[in-house]
Design a protein around this ligand. Sequence first.
Ligand code: TXA
Ligand code: MG
Length: 348
Amino acid sequence: METKYWFVDNIEQIHQHYPQIKEAADLIRKGEVVAFPTETVYGLGGQAKLDKAVDKIFEAKGRPSDNPLIVHIADQKDVDELAHSVPVYARRLIEKFWPGPLTVIVPKKAGVLSERVTAGLDTVAIRMPDHPAALALIKQAGVPVAAPSANRSGKPSPTTAQHVLDDLSGRIAGVVDAGETGVGLESTVVDCTGDYPIVLRPGGVTEADIEAIAGKAATNTFLQKQEDTPKAPGMKYTHYAPEAPLYIMEGTAESIQRKVNEWQAEGKKVGVLASWENVPFYKAEAVIVCGYRSDLTSVAKGLYGALRAFNEESVDAIIAEAFPAEGVGAAIMNRLEKAAGHKWISTK
Ligand code: TXA
Ligand code: MG
């Protein structure tokens, strides 16, 4: 299949790109799948009511079919088309954070969506992205759009259209390119089926942000650590992984460099996933920067691109600096832990 490419450089004046958006939306209406930018990462969109479109998403990604998809809408009101019921606290979260990087899981209305979207669950994950191109595309398509991240399953999520093409060129109908995404990590996924919200996947909207609006919130760390019977089925699969094994290490740049030296003495080629602040301290076969330690939002934005960049280097192992797991740091460490398969190097 030839993958079409549409460049939309003026996202503040998205109406100027109507011809491109229309062509992409028409393909979605016909049941094809198209990648598009959101404020978090690029998504791979298909009609959420159409089995055949949803099948194409799973097939293009190589994603296990028991892992449900997020349904994207362009209007807050559309939540009631898809949800059977929305608790009051979830309405407050929606009002505060939509459009934006927050996904709510609510009981689904029966018979509306393809069963494949929700992998047979009686709940549905819904979000309204904060990106002019995404909103224009969903509006123009006129249907709810199921969209996982537009990477091959197991790879880091794409933060540029080039990442999408690296993984999915020839496997999807097209990609809308609006440059690098803003947040860089996927949305916060919040279970809103109980008495209070439970964060299943940390993201740019933090537990503290949610608590401030809903009064009470919790993070399901048990389910994030335990790999079996997770509440968000996606948590059980290895994710975001570069090809070389990745290890996380706490401590100073000097102690990380000592580990690099040790491995190099054993004949290994070593990569370091570094912050800008620590770059001057490293001598390794590849030093790739993900952002500023002093500004964790820059690390969130740069993390996946940095993980992907290691695949261009021939290294035998990668050491990643650890970051404080607070605020957006919780999301960064969640993704790093998954990329590392929870492998840590002890500091002593
Ligand atoms: O930022 C994002 O959320 C991006 C952009 C494209 O919107 N999308 C994204 O989708 O990250 P995906 O499919 O890669 O991740 C969706 C996560 C998975 O961990 C999945 O298991 C979980 O949400 N999920 C979806 N529906 C669910 C449901 N009904 N119950 C529990 N977890 C659900
Ligand atoms: Mg994903």
